[in-house]
Design a protein around this ligand. Structure first.
Ligand code: GLA
Length: 726
């Protein structure tokens, strides 16, 4: 069945993605106007929606007769021409003005989906999973062409969008803004849900009523996530986890981004998502093109939970490398929190022995193994082993770890250079910098100028040599500072606005080369914790360290926020010591929270209290046995940790034969007997058992399960129930 239809007479495009429809039309003057986004609709109904404007023929042009700002629903908004809605594109032309008015020229509908050159993007497993609409618009005076791509997925209510801008004129132009996605909403009261944060406090959930005016939810730090994540939801104010309309967007990109949401008078709301326009420009000589990153949109009529499950399926099926889709990720023990820079081969081997004895599968040596790196002030960029510190070559250390029966992984921070490093001393011009201004020295480091190929080549060669020598099973790819004083000594003045994006393209180029050369090495993304948690990084590395903060209570909030777009199988989550002296969580709860991610340990096992260490083996066995439910199942949020003191969530296998329910009572309360939780997502005609009790699916779904309080001895007490169909 066709997923994309065009009504010739009324010039309406209808895209059917999963159980949803999305529609827009070409006005008589050739502009694109939004029409509809929601559950499946017939074309006849859509044609009714145009408010009379669909049918009007020139010379009467409705464009000229609109009453300004409030009335237009843009699908791709012009700049400075007849509208003041936030523009989708701004081109500064040779005359110096920025009037931009792309108008329809042609379109075609093709099977499948092209990949985006140089950028991560959603891919198909077979061509019949999606159709793509390509629309060509041209700004006639400048001859700048815009190729808009829309891919509708057959089985998911998701549309992928991007744009290619080509200068077909004969004078250079400056592209100053290009949104990958514009859409509009008519006469709707909307809540906006977004996820902001900070180091150790990533993806904090906020929900507010959208008010008039423009909001920019974005990050200009050079990273996709510490300050804000591109996962933004607009929804009906009555929408809950299980009921109501929700519209989501997500960017397949790891750099500066902006989600612009403007509610204008007459309740016209415009939403744009793209590269952050502040500081961005791209100089296009005649014949040159710019490819925007890919933006995604998804819609649910069954609440926020269903929206998240669509994102999870999309990421698992169409973003993550199929190699890792169902491959079990090793339980790892990372030495960072255990040792920081103070490690030795002996200490590592002691940790490895205890890890192995308890069912852990991999040892990861974090920061400090290279150059003269005994503290955070030096040596980034000097990617050769400190043989004195690791008691021999890296190959020997790796072999020694392997001889314990463990896999071996190493930490890198490929995009950075310390001021105090051999690399910086040899190539000070290889750092991102602005001439005649002092570069901010964050965490005693600069960013390498990844807009230059020779810099990426050098890093590729040096880290590949280590990976090869150690035959690494795993690499933790960190990035620990913000992008400031953005400039490159290798590019002319008119191209300095390109550097932030060119940097990200360099990062993707390195990821591409490393993953091609070492296809069996697992990469875990990281950025001072979860500062770069996005679908672009997930394209290369199927898991990302969610936060440096492993306090179980804080992790409830961080993982809750992260789960709105990202499946639990992508969230690095480890059992650590109690992170804050002010707060205690039993080790059972630290594990219960970490089970809902890619599991591991981030502490010195040999320093654990014996009664805690005694539990590690059982925890690893539990994870080995049940990881598939978390990795491949459907995820249900049952309580919001920002609002409730009993937090719960659930994973259910796709065939509904198994579930994993986790409940965390964050605060002890003497007048509280327990909680009844109704469990969605189960088979109503089945019977389930946890080995001790049996329940029918109906009972669990409609009456719920009683989580008794009787064994609840402290704050942060938790219960994990594994249920199986009888
Ligand atoms: C960052 C990471 C940590 C750790 C340190 C090492 O902060 O998020 O997990 O790797 O760097 O310096």
């Amino acid at each position: 069945m066709a997923m994309i239809l065009f009504d010739e007479e009324r010039k309406v495009f209808r895209l059917d993605a999963g159980n949803s429809s999305y529609a827009f039309y070409i006005t008589p003057s050739g502009r694109l106007r939004h029409l509809y986004w929601g559950p499946s609709m017939d074309t006849t109904d859509l044609l009714d929606l145009g408010g009379g404007t669909l049918n009007v023929e020139p010379p009467f042009d409705p464009e000229e007769n609109q009453n300004g700002r409030g009335s237009q629903l843009w699908e791709f908004g012009p700049n400075d021409l007849g509208t003041k809605a936030p523009a989708s594109a701004i081109v500064r032309n040779a005359d110096g003005n920025t009037a931009t008015d792309p108008r329809y020229v042609s379109h075609r509908i093709i099977a499948g989906k092209p990949r985006l050159p140089g950028l991560p993007s959603t891919f198909l497993n077979s061509d019949d999973e999606a159709e793509t609409l390509e629309i060509t618009l041209v700004d006639q005076p400048t001859k700048v062409e815009f190729l808009l791509r829309y891919t509708a997925f057959r089985d998911l209510p998701v549309i992928a969008r991007s744009a290619v801008v080509t200068n077909k004129g004969d004078a250079p132009v400056d592209l100053q803004k290009i949104m990958s996605l514009t859409t509009s909403f008519r006469h709707e009261d909307l809540d906006v849900i977004y996820f902001d944060g900070f180091w150790a406090k990533e993806r904090q959930y906020h929900r507010e009523r959208l008010q008039g005016g423009m909001r920019v939810l974005g990050a200009d730090s050079g990273y996709s996530s510490h300050t804000m994540n591109s996962c933004v939801v607009l929804c009906d104010p009555k929408t809950t986890e299980e009921f109501g309309r929700a519209y989501g967007v997500l960017f397949v990109y790891s750099g500066k981004f902006a989600v612009e949401v403007e509610q204008a008078p007459l309740y016209r709301t415009t939403l744009n998502l793209g590269i952050h326009p502040v500081g961005f420009s791209w100089y296009l000589e005649p014949g040159e093109s710019f490819q925007s990153p890919e933006a995604l949109q998804a819609v649910s009529d069954n609440g926020l939970g269903a929206l998240s499950r669509s994102w999870h399926d999309l990421i698992r099926q169409h973003i993550i490398n199929p190699k890792w889709r169902t491959a079990k990720r090793p339980i790892l023990c990372n030495n960072w929190e255990a040792m920081h820079f103070q490690f030795s081969k002996e200490k590592l081997m002691e940790l490895g022995k205890t890890a192995k004895a308890n069912g852990i599968e991999m040892l990861v040596l974090d920061d400090g193994w290279f150059g003269k790196r005994d503290n955070e002030r030096c040596a980034l960029g000097d990617w050769y082993a400190n043989t004195e510190k690791i008691g021999g070559t890296m190959g020997e250390l790796a072999e020694a770890v392997r001889s314990l029966g463990l896999k071996f992984g190493l930490w890198f921070e490929p995009e950075m250079v310390s001021g105090d490093s051999d690399l910086y001393r040899a190539h000070p011009d290889w750092a991102i910098q602005v001439p005649n201004r002092r570069s901010t020295y964050q965490r005693f480091q600069f960013m390498l100028d990844f807009s230059r190929k020779e810099v990426v080549d050098h890093v590729y060669e040096t880290i590949s040599a280590v990976i090869e020598e150690a035959k690494l099973d795993y690499m933790k790819w960190d990035a620990n500072r913000e992008m400031t004083e953005v400039g490159s000594l290798a590019f002319p003045p008119e191209r300095q606005g390109e550097i932030a994006h060119r940097f990200i393209l360099g990062v993707y180029d390195l990821y591409e080369r490393i993953t091609k050369r070492f296809p069996n090495m697992l990469i875990e993304g990281c950025s001072a914790g979860g500062g770069r948690f996005d679908a672009g990084i997930l394209y290369y590395s199927p898991q990302i360290w969610t936060s440096d903060n492993s306090d179980a209570f804080d992790r409830l909030a961080i993982q809750y926020g992260t789960s709105f777009a990202y499946p639990c199988s992508t969230m690095g989550a480890h059992v650590a010591r109690n992170w804050f002296p002010q707060r205690y969580s039993p080790v059972e709860t630290r594990a219960a929270v970490a089970f809902s991610g890619t599991f591991g340990y981030e502490l010195d096992l040999n320093q654990m209290p014996p009664e805690e260490l005694a539990q590690v083996k059982g925890q690893c066995e539990f994870y080995h046995k049940h990881h598939h439910i978390v990795e491949q199942g459907d995820y249900y949020r049952l309580a919001n940790p920002f609002e409730e003191k009993t937090v719960a969530w659930m994973h259910v296998t796709k065939d509904k034969s198994e579930f994993l329910l986790t409940v965390v009572f964050t605060r002890w309360d003497h007048a509280y007997e327990g909680q009844t939780l109704r469990l969605p997502g189960l088979d109503l005609n089945a019977t389930y058992t946890d080995g001790e009790h049996t329940w029918t699916g109906k009972r669990l779904a409609h009456a719920g399960i009683e989580i008794s309080h009787s064994s609840f001895r402290s704050d942060m007490f938790s219960i994990v129930i594994h249920g199986k169909r009888v």
